[in-house]
Design a protein around this ligand. Structure first.
Ligand SMILES: C[S@@+](CC[C@H](N)C(=O)[O-])C[C@H]1O[C@@H](n2cnc3c(N)ncnc32)[C@H](O)[C@@H]1O
Length: 219
């Protein structure tokens, strides 16, 4: 049996066939690449050239939708592995008429390592990543020294990484990793960013658990 390239309309991996298989509408904001091995053409993805902000583990898009609405001059890409949450981002983004927002179903580290072009991101947002509290599971955490090297490469000079978590041990781990990462300097967390809360943040704050913030700039 012949193996069809994902660019072939008959291939089950053609973006249009994946979209239909996921019951997403034709005007979906969810993007399925036809090439999973080379860098994404970001200008083509957004149909324009503008600074790009990436959110990893975007959940239901509560942060991204507010931020994209406040900054129509920037492009926003949200990455989420759960289809149900991606569908929420898609539905809310389309009903808000957001033209500067795209979402992708892909593993966050894979995306940054293989699909994000070098020096292409003005900012990366990582909010309330899964904390993996058990020591034997720490290796599953998104924030790792190696991953920060990859993120550094994907940021533009002067680009920023913003992180938040309710989990104090994970927050301390984030600080340790960042302090040991070359090419980053700590910066003040922009007040505007803090005004856009996430779904998980609201949940933890409602239980009296505060948000820990940290922001770093590529130097
Ligand atoms: C604790 S939730 C936080 C969601 C959102 N950032 C918020 O603050 O409301 C973590 C999210 O990251 C997603 N996630 C976890 N690991 C991921 C990975 N490796 N790649 C993509 N998404 C991931 C999960 O599906 C989940 O929606």
């Amino acid at each position: 049996m012949a193996i069809l390239a994902p660019t072939d309309p008959a291939s089950p991996y053609h973006p249009e066939n994946i979209r239909a298989g996921h019951n997403l509408p034709e005007d979906t904001l969810v993007h399925f690449p036809s090439d999973w091995l080379n860098a994404l053409p970001l200008d083509a993805l957004f149909e324009r050239n503008a600074p790009v902000h990436l959110e990893l583990g975007a959940g239901d898009g509560s942060f991204l939708l507010q931020y994209a609405q406040a900054h129509p001059e920037w492009n926003f890409l949200g990455v989420e592995r759960l289809l149900g949450r991606l569908k929420k981002i898609d539905r809310k983004g389309r009903s808000a008429g957001l033209r500067n927002l795209r979402a992708m179903r892909v593993e966050a580290a894979y995306l940054v390592r293989h699909l994000i072009p070098v020096s292409s991101l003005d900012a990366v947002h990582i909010y309330f990543p899964d904390p993996w509290p058990k020591k034997k599971h720490h290796k599953n955490r998104l924030v790792q020294a190696d991953f920060m090297k990859t993120l550094h490469r994907s940021l533009t000079p002067g680009g920023c990484l913003h992180m938040r978590t309710d989990n104090v041990p994970y927050f301390n781990h984030m600080l340790e990793v960042m302090e040991a990462s070359e090419g980053f300097t700590p910066v003040e967390v922009p007040a505007e960013l803090k005004s856009f809360t996430t779904d998980f943040e609201r949940h933890w704050n409602s239980l009296g658990i505060p948000t820990n913030y940290t922001s770093w700039q590529k130097v």
